[in-house]
Design a protein around this ligand. Structure first.
Ligand SMILES: NC(=O)c1ccc[n+]([C@@H]2O[C@H](COP(=O)([O-])OP(=O)(O)OC[C@H]3O[C@@H](n4cnc5c(N)ncnc54)[C@H](O)[C@@H]3O)[C@@H](O)[C@H]2O)c1
Ligand SMILES: [Zn+2]
Length: 702
């Protein structure tokens, strides 16, 4: 499949088919999987090409064309809700002439009436619709396919800035209709996004490319508590009700604010398109100082009556348009490449950049000063054909982290450039690097002596999903390393009040040059010791994740802990028995075997055991009762009158049944208790899984 927009195509029918399929596929990835396979700009260029082709060949337009409908759809994981008022998309453009044309269409559409615009920032998240009844939040729904959305009320309720009940008239707010809807953008602030990615990285899970995709993922989680932890927020920008309640959009924004809604103060009323353009220019760089991602401006007609007059197309209102900013791309100079060693020993090349004047100030890009860009690995340097002193193009888009998109080949003959020699030794410890054939990265194999790897192991150990010691952080760990108090996580448990009290260090931020002093005073020391004490209660699965066996992420650790129940059984397991564990493959099995074959690792485990950490899964031991359930698989949902979930799980296993982790075609029985989960029930029904009650289950035991 080609993605090139301008590829000559003899046959418009073929190109229309190709673009329709491709864009529908990108939409699916974007809305269902929260993944962008191409940039928004590339997507929009292709969509424009399809729109143009269809307007020249209307008979070739397919019914499922992405130009006819909103891109998203509903999922099977939530209850489906029909929107009272359809939720549409917005027409968009990247250039000013299109805005002038839009203005012209509005002028004609309003037959000479005077009109005003309201400009708002275009927040980059997912659209939400909230229904309030008598001032109380009743329902929050995603846009879905525009007609129906997913009911994600539980997740939206975790947004702290969204009122569950709006301010009443007595509290100084005006009257409101008995039933109304507000719409806004649910987003993940950049700080939460960065924290989440760091967390995911530490847990060996895939990270999100940008805050939008992260927000989209977080709003669609099944577990609202996890959704709450992701620090979501929401800006409101629209009001709707059956009767006309406001005369202008401006009034609605002001009133929403009064009722207690989170309305971004960045909007502005503009008398004409010139003022709109001034607003666009003003926010082009200023928007990067905001704590959330924005990708453009939304321009709306202020008068609600005029909005009604202008109406809608199948996909978007005729009274509004989005102006999107292109990712800024600038030329700079590649001064040098440095190499960072991470927790796993992987080497990452980093480009050190400067502006074309080479005054050491870096590139001014999208409101920030860029001095470095990640190059990922040696292949990337080769792919871009980079040489030191090359003029390179640097882009900072929705991806937050700047990247080099290419070199300016025309400049090369006039410049003295040097090839990049990839190091053969670790820049941190001097050990010879290795590169496995199947992997793109070079690694430093000196796990036990390479400082960033040692520090990384301790940082991993204290992670929330591991031993969860939040009274320690990167800075404090660095201090403990510097003072030679800690080399491995086991050393943490030898720390005492006397050793810690009074330690001090000044830390300089490499990027900003700002310094920060950290010192261990009474309170800090007490908290550290308390955190370490509490970590002794962390369950086995977390300890197993924390010790940091390669390829054993949080989920794998949980499976191993559930299966082997204690560390001794796990240490004794051979390759074949590890491969018997559901969902554990050969790569993980081998890594576990190798890990425990090493005497030093066993020694480390014994030190942690002596410190008092949990090395056993404390659940009800399974004593075989019968094989009445042999060959049958089970899953349960809800709570049960006669037993706890643990007891139920033990019963299934004790009688030879298999407990599955989710509803699939392989599942034979779903045991349904009180307050069952709607999504499990729904999926089981669709897959024709037999539903049974607690009594029926007990009856099967004979
Ligand atoms: N990269 C990819 O693979 C990919 C795939 C599909 C779609 N996309 C991107 O998504 C776009 C289509 O998405 P869309 O239909 O949601 O359109 P859109 O995101 O361009 O515009 C409509 C949306 O803007 C949001 N919005 C933010 N601030 C707003 C404000 N102040 N007022 C009103 N609305 C505001 C609302 O959620 C609204 O639904 C495409 O044009 C493309 O850029 C990218
Ligand atoms: Zn090293």
């Amino acid at each position: 499949m080609t993605k090139l927009p301008n590829e000559p195509m003899h046959n418009p029918a073929d190109r229309i088919t190709e673009l329709t399929d491709l864009l529908n596929y990108f939409n699916h990835r974007y809305y269902q999987d929260s993944v962008s396979e191409v940039s928004d700009y590339e997507f929009d260029i292709l969509l424009q090409e399809l729109t143009d082709l269809e307007s020249r060949h209307p008979d070739l337009r397919r019914d499922d064309s992405p130009t006819l409908r909103v891109g998203g759809s509903i999922t099977k994981n939530f209850a489906t809700v029909y929107h009272r008022y359809p939720m549409l998309s917005l027409g968009n453009t990247y250039n000013e002439q299109d805005l002038r044309d839009f203005d012209e269409r509005v002028r004609k559409g309003l037959y000479g009436e005077a009109y005003e615009y309201v400009c708002e920032l275009k927040f980059d998240g997912i659209s939400l619709s909230m229904t309030y009844e008598n001032g109380v939040l009743k329902r929050a729904v995603t846009r879905g396919d525009g007609t129906r959305g997913d009911d994600i009320t539980g997740n939206v309720r975790t947004i702290k800035t969204l009122p569950l009940k709006i301010r009443s008239e007595e509290q100084g707010a005006g009257a409101f209709p008995a039933v109304f809807e507000v719409r806004g953008e649910g987003f993940m602030p950049i700080s939460s996004f960065e924290k989440l990615n760091k967390d995911l990285e530490a847990a060996d899970e895939p990270t999100y490319a940008n805050p939008r995709n992260a927000a989209s993922g977080a709003f669609k989680l099944q577990d609202s508590a996890e959704s709450a932890r992701r620090g979501l927020d929401c800006y409101l920008y629209a009001f709707m009700s059956d009767e006309v309640f406001f005369e202008t959009h401006e009034q609605s924004l002001l009133t929403l604010k009064q009722w207690g809604f989170n309305v971004s103060p960045s909007w502005r009323k503009c008398a004409d398109m010139d003022e709109v353009l001034a607003y666009i220019h003003e926010w082009e760089t200023k928007r990067h100082t905001l704590p959330l991602a924005t990708d453009g401006i939304v321009i709306k007609i202020n008068s609600i009556a005029q909005q009604r007059e202008l109406g809608f197309t199948a996909k978007s209102p005729r009274w509004a348009i989005a102006f999107k900013y292109k990712a800024e791309n600038k030329a700079g100079v590649l001064k040098s490449v440095s190499y960072q060693v991470g927790r796993t020993g992987a080497l990452t090349p980093v480009a050190n950049l400067d502006n074309l004047n080479e005054d050491g100030k870096g590139l001014q890009l999208s409101g920030t000063r860029v001095k470095r860009a990640s190059l990922h690995n040696a292949n990337e340097i080769e792919r871009l054909d980079l040489r030191i002193n090359d003029v390179v193009f640097v882009e900072k888009g929705g991806e937050i982290i700047p990247k080099i998109t290419g070199i300016d080949a025309e400049q090369r003959p006039e410049r003295l450039t040097f090839s990049i020699t990839y190091p053969t030794r670790c820049p941190e410890c001097g050990t010879e690097l290795v590169r496995k054939e199947t992997e793109a990265n070079h690694y430093c194999p000196n796990e036990r002596g390479c400082p960033p790897q040692l520090r990384g192991k301790v940082e991993h150990f204290i992670h929330r999903k591991a031993l969860n010691i939040d009274s320690l952080g990167e800075g404090k760990i660095e201090l403990l390393f510097d003072k030679n108090l800690v080399q491995t996580p086991a050393d943490l448990y030898d720390l005492t009040y006397e050793k810690l009290f009074g330690l001090e260090k000044v830390i300089t931020d490499e990027e900003t040059g700002k310094t920060k002093k950290i010192g261990f005073k009474e309170k800090t020391v007490e908290n550290i010791l308390k955190g370490l004490e509490q970590s002794k209660l962390a369950p086995f699965k977390q300890v197993l994740f924390g010790i940091g066996i390669r390829f054993v992420g949080a989920t794998v650790a949980e499976k191993l802990a559930a299966y082997f129940r204690n560390i001794d059984a796990l240490m004794a397991a051979d390759y074949a028995s590890l491969c018997n564990v559901p969902e554990i493959g050969g790569k993980i099995a081998q890594s576990v075997v190798d890990y425990f074959a090493d005497a030093e690792n066993r020694n480390y485990i014994e030190r942690l055991r002596a410190a008092g950490l949990q090395f056993e899964t404390d659940t009800i031991p399974v004593v075989a009762e019968s094989n009445a359930l042999e060959g049958k698989s089970f899953l349960y949902t809800g709570t049960f009158a006669g037993m706890t979930r643990e007891e139920l799980e033990a019963k299934i296993e004790a009688n030879g049944g298999k407990l599955l982790s989710g509803v699939s075609a392989k599942l034979n029985y779903l045991i349904v208790g009180e307050k069952p989960g709607a999504s499990k029930l729904d999926k089981a029904n669709r897959l024709n899984v037999k539903l049974i009650s607690e009594e029926e289950f007990l009856g099967m035991l004979g």
